[in-house]
Design a protein around this ligand. Structure first.
Ligand SMILES: Cc1ncc(COP(=O)(O)O)c(C=O)c1O
Length: 388
């Protein structure tokens, strides 16, 4: 039996309805969306529109037209940040951003003189809404936060930050890569103006699909321009959504997979998924804590995290542990810096990195037991491990 514990990277397995709907589309339809007037193309349009509507509803957003599809959350973040921030603007962000946001901001700092103000956090990456408010200045154009850290698992108080930002008339952008599909997200309630999502993690869709859900009236310059299937004689990118930010042929099979992933979550129940992951998180923390020399990081409180648990074994290289677990116990985890160096800085693991497990809906206590058994095996065989 294999234990896949890398759901923070991408969820696996995918629900059967996701695989079936994508296969059916590619086998029986295969037409582009927004371009043709024949029946198959119109059906493709309809499927894409249904996916926009479901995505909007899923995040409690009123307008499907301002759901923009991209290839992943990284592209979505780049479109929003590079299209919205102008030279001299200030942006306020968390101390635990993934490189999707952080490198994009650093490029904007270098190329456009955007000023980045990082809000201090505690050792778990937790930020208080008050410290976000203190970081604001009259130049602040945007607050951008991840909803949960992909390294520490820490969930940020997005609703309180959103309420404060709304009172100050500063838009809030949230990277929901680690929470969408595992955690209820209500854009209206939390005053989120720009929500960036990726389809292949908690939303249970395939790789290659993500997007933005946008409040109206945000002035976002398109990052890419090109064909949208309509108004072809007009020389510029149309200013209406979603075409304003969507150029080129859409990933219709991916969009259909995302749509089926959302169906799966709605049918299974988001609360049930959330509770199952919390239960597994508590179980895993409890079991891991029995291992001699283990260092567990993050809040270690299921109420304050998603299903991400970073850890190290004293004196042991994380890569070696992950390699051993895979080779000898068929347990898949991540090891290294996980694309978020500032989170490692807070944890004190910037030099050596850490192991990380990412729990998903399809995991069970048995997967955790297999991991714990594997770690005990690693410790027993430590001297011989390098000779695998
Ligand atoms: C918080 C966060 N943001 C952004 C990303 C990037 O996701 P993608 O590779 O799907 O663009 C990840 C993926 O690990 C993430 O965890």
């Amino acid at each position: 039996m294999v234990a896949y514990l890398d759901n923070a990277a991408t969820s696996f397995p995918k629900p059967s309805n996701v695989i079936e709907s994508m296969t059916a589309f590619m086998a029986q339809n295969g037409a582009t969306s927004g371009r043709g007037a024949y029946q198959k193309a119109l059906l493709s349009d309809q499927l894409v529109f249904q996916a926009r509507s479901k995505t909007a509803r899923f995040f409690n957003h009123p307008d499907p037209k301002t759901v923009v599809f991209t290839k992943n959350v990284t592209e979505a973040v780049n479109i929003a940040l590079k299209g919205f921030l102008k030279s001299g603007d200030q942006v306020v962000t968390s101390a635990v951003e993934h490189n999707a946001v952080w490198r994009c901001l650093k490029m904007l700092e270098k190329n456009k003189g955007v000023c980045i103000n990082v809000v201090p956090a505690d050792k778990n990456g937790q930020t208080s809404p008050e410290s976000v408010e203190r970081a604001l200045t009259f130049k602040t154009k945007l607050i951008v936060f991840n909803h949960a850290s992909n390294v520490l698992g820490t969930v940020q108080p997005i609703q309180a930050i959103g309420e404060m930002a709304n009172l100050r008339h500063i838009p809030l952008m949230v990277d929901t890569a680690q929470t969408a599909g595992h955690f209820p997200i209500d854009m209206q309630d939390s005053h989120i103006d720009i929500l960036a999502f990726t389809g292949h993690k908690g939303l249970m869709g395939p790789m290659g699909i993500g997007g933005l859900v946008l409040s109206p009236n945000l002035d976002i310059e398109p990052l890419i321009s090109g064909g949208t299937g309509g108004d072809s004689a007009y020389p510029y990118q149309p200013d209406y959504y979603p075409n304003h930010l969507e150029a080129g042929t859409l990933n219709v099979p991916g969009i259909i997979g995302l749509s089926s992933g959302i169906d799966f979550i709605n049918e299974t129940g988001l609360e049930g998924i959330h509770s199952k992951i919390k239960m597994l998180y508590n179980y895993a923390v409890h079991q891991l804590d029995t291992i001699p020399g283990i260092e567990l990081y993050g809040p270690l409180d299921a109420q304050k995290t998603v299903g991400v648990i970073p850890f190290n074994l004293k004196g042991c290289p994380p890569e070696e542990i992950a390699f051993y677990l895979d080779q000898k116990h068929h347990v898949m985890i991540r090891a290294g810096l996980h694309c978020a160096p500032s989170a490692h800085q807070l944890m004190g693991t910037l030099e050596r990195g850490a192991c990380r497990i990412g729990l998903g809906y399809y995991n069970s206590k048995m997967d955790v037991d297999q991991l714990v058994n594997g770690l005990r095996g690693y410790l027993r065989n430590k001297g011989a491990v390098l000779c695998i």
